[in-house]
Design a binder for this molecule. Structure first.
Ligand code: SF4
Length: 310
């Protein structure tokens, strides 16, 4: 593949959405109020060192509101911008399968029963999934689009330990094994540039991810955000961090794309923490679409495309 239908040198997410739904689709973020096993003491405390859940929770989504109310408010907000579109209920904050299984099923049922919702996107940890839940999601997938996204973050156990994920890469591999071939759209979330990882380590993530049965991938560059353990570590030992400039990141990501299995849909290339929470790196307010344009340009300049160097 050199160019896809959208004139991109990689499988871009908006082409996928157009092909899948043939109309505009908006995700509505929801908060279930669940926690994480590395926060509540069952596996660890404190959560992941980089995590400040406020960085991805919009105002309308608060766990004290019902799923239906959060959906209604989200849809009211977005329908002012676009009159006709359908919605995916996005279980985004914290670990959205980490609760009593009957409660989890009840909340997912509530979301899909909303008349404007055509599917679910569920973000979770690889160690918080079980055969019962996979079977339930698989049955929902007969009528709805069901995307299950695991936070992979790194393929290196040393890194996972250092950032207090409290799960191994093998648990990630096992979670995908359990979830594959069940009618689910399987996503992966990766953080690029975690402390201690070299460029070779990062490029090797692309090779290892390509061996997993994933449909789509979200890449996030490491951002140090306020009120996190990592912010404290960064202040004390900045030499342990090698944060990328936007130019360095684009150079690395274009090489990463060239190593990635060609059918994987790339949903994101960067993170976008709110400005008031961001400590580093400072990319002078470069927006997502500007970074994407630079990545597109550099892929052409380097004559690379997704999968070229596999
Ligand atoms: S990154 Fe995810 S798993 Fe880690 S503490 Fe935050 S919400 Fe929990």
């Amino acid at each position: 593949m050199k160019f896809n239908n959208n004139n991109k040198r990689y499988n871009d997410y908006s082409s996928f959405i157009k092909e899948q739904f043939s109309e505009r689709v908006q995700k509505i973020s929801l908060d279930t109020g669940f926690t994480c096993p590395n926060r509540d003491g069952s596996k660890g405390i404190g959560g992941c060192t980089y995590c400040n859940n406020n960085t991805f929770n919009p105002n309308y989504c608060k766990p004290e509101k019902s799923i239906t109310q959060q959906l209604d408010e989200g849809i009211t907000f977005f329908s002012k911008k676009y009159k006709t579109q359908r919605y995916l209920a996005y279980f985004q904050a914290y670990t959205n399968t980490y609760a009593d299984i009957n409660l989890v099923k009840q909340l997912y049922n509530e979301a899909v029963n909303h008349p404007k919702v055509i599917g679910l996107v569920i973000g979770t940890r690889p160690d918080c999934i079980n055969p019962d839940l996979i079977d339930f999601l698989s049955s929902l997938s007969k009528e709805y689009f069901i995307s299950l996204e695991f936070g992979v973050e790194s393929t290196l156990d040393k890194t996972l330990k250092d950032v207090n994920r409290c799960h191994s890469f093998q648990e990630t591999v096992d979670a995908y094994e359990l979830a594959k071939n069940k009618g689910l759209h399987l996503g992966a979330h990766m953080i690029i540039g975690l402390p201690g990882e070299t460029k070779d380590d990062i490029l090797n993530h692309a090779t290892k991810l390509s061996k997993l049965p994933i449909n789509s991938l979200k890449l996030h560059h490491l951002q140090i955000v306020k009120h996190t353990m990592m912010a404290h570590q960064f202040k004390k030992t900045p030499e342990k961090f090698s944060l990328y400039s936007a130019e360095e990141y684009i150079d690395l990501i274009t090489d990463f794309v060239a190593l990635l299995r060609p059918d994987i849909i790339i949903e994101r290339f960067i993170s976008e923490s709110p400005k008031h929470l961001l400590i580093a790196p400072n990319w002078n307010g470069l927006k997502n679409f500007e970074i994407v344009a630079k990545i597109d340009k550099q892929l052409i300049e380097k004559n690379l495309w997704q999968g070229k160097n596999r």
